[in-house]
Design a protein around this ligand. Structure first.
Ligand SMILES: Cc1cc2nc3c(=O)[nH]c(=O)nc-3n(C[C@H](O)[C@H](O)[C@H](O)COP(=O)(O)OP(=O)(O)OC[C@H]3O[C@@H](n4cnc5c(N)ncnc54)[C@H](O)[C@@H]3O)c2cc1C
Length: 351
């Protein structure tokens, strides 16, 4: 009799990364997802930003997360025969007179400086196209995962091998039994890993988590005057070049929301920020929204249920899923397969 599979509920970024990690280790997997559902992963820009925010913070652990993420997406690309991670320099434009001073101070730290490009003569961005002086700094080790296309290509690969089933089984209908988990359709699983994104808030097996999820809205805009720009630009709002003068631009954060649809207020906020950045005209061609799965302290939570070890969890990728997801998926696979302890602060059993 063949070994029961590891079942993964949810084929967003978390579930897909875990599935690839297990497949590469030769494990049988079965993934469930509703292909028509809107998800954070399908809406995400997929950008990796080593230095973030108004305080120019070096993303914690980026020195370990980034090489592992690049290697992971490259290994999956070899399997798919297609690359979905695109390296691109990111330009961070100064937003106020304090930032260049803070930057000069932070440059004293070699770990910070390693993520910045040597200053070049002239402004970082053309001040005839952008408001302000066009000054700032460049992050050479940046880029983006075309998450939607990567999920679709992975789904085709999984489906062609019978590893993907359409549907969203109700977590309450899974039954832990002595040696395995009984699925709602009567089949058995060695382990069930819930990778449900923000929907996991309703998962009855993990009620103790403190969720801080945030709805995000994002635009796709046509900016003909920037059709030659290949870098990701960030100045109060970011612009991710898709080619032919099209850019994705965002994003908003809302901590409460009546529904998950795009709103006129979200669009107005994004267009107002675009107005603050661009001297040239743009046209909005798409407007999307989704809820980022964020858990207390913005940390990933993963691992086995403390009472029912056949049920497991992988969630909380927050705003940095593309950077953090690969390393977390590897740690979780080590934990599930070899019993390797998870870092305490990430282990769902203790949080
Ligand atoms: C506007 C916006 C911009 C973003 N930009 C970036 C960015 O630039 N860089 C970055 O790194 N991150 C970004 N993110 C965050 C990123 O989307 C998340 O970190 C990540 O995609 C979350 O992945 P996930 O798989 O945990 O959740 P999700 O993407 O929500 O996936 C969960 C999946 O599980 C399915 N599901 C739910 N319940 C069940 C069930 N019971 N059975 C089966 N399937 C189920 C859902 O349908 C869904 O497909 C952005 C997010 C938003 C909203």
């Amino acid at each position: 009799m063949s070994e029961p599979p590891i079942v993964i509920c949810g084929q967003g970024l978390a579930g897909t990364l875990l599935a690839w990690e297990l497949i590469h280790r030769g494990l049988p997997v079965l993934i469930f997802d509703d292909p028509h559902a809107v998800s954070s992963s399908k809406v995400a820009a997929g950008i990796v930003t080593p230095i973030t925010g108004q305080r120019l913070t070096l993303s914690p652990g980026v020195g370990e997360f980034l090489p592992e993420a690049l290697a992971c997406y490259a290994a999956i690309a070899r399997q798919l025969g297609q690359t979905h991670f695109h390296s691109a320099t990111q330009v961070r434009l100064w937003r106020n007179p304090e930032e260049p001073l803070r930057f000069a101070q932070k440059q004293q730290d070699p770990a910070f400086a390693a993520h910045t490009a040597p200053a070049r003569p002239g402004p970082a961005a053309d001040p005839t196209l952008f408001h302000g002086s066009g000054d700032g700094f460049e992050m050479p080790a940046s880029g983006w995962l075309d998450v939607r296309a990567w999920l679709a290509a992975s789904a085709s690969w999984f489906a062609a091998r019978g590893l993907l089933r359409p549907g969203k089984p109700d977590p309450a209908a899974f039954r832990p039994e002595a040696a395995h988990i009984r699925l709602p359709d009567g089949q058995t699983a060695r382990t069930v890993v819930f990778c449900e994104g923000a929907a996991a808030r309703q998962n009855p097996w993990f009620p103790w988590l403190q969720w801080k999820s945030a709805k995000g809205e994002i635009l796709t805009v046509s900016i003909p005057a920037l059709s030659q720009e290949r870098r990701i630009l960030n100045g109060g709002i970011w612009l991710l070049p898709l080619g032919s003068g099209l850019f994705r631009s965002g994003a908003t954060y809302r901590w409460t929301w009546p529904d998950e649809l795009p709103t006129p207020e979200g669009r107005a906020e994004l267009e107002s920020r675009l107005k603050g950045l661009l001297r040239v005209p743009w046209e909005v061609t798409a407007h999307e929204a989704a809820v980022r799965p964020i858990i207390h302290q913005s940390l990933v939570r993963m691992g086995r249920h403390p009472v029912h070890p056949g049920l497991a969890f992988f969630n909380g990728l927050g705003s940095k899923g593309v950077l953090h997801g690969p390393r977390c998926a590897r740690l979780l696979a080590d934990h599930l397969l070899q019993g390797t302890a998870l870092p305490n602060h990430l282990d769902i059993a203790g949080n």
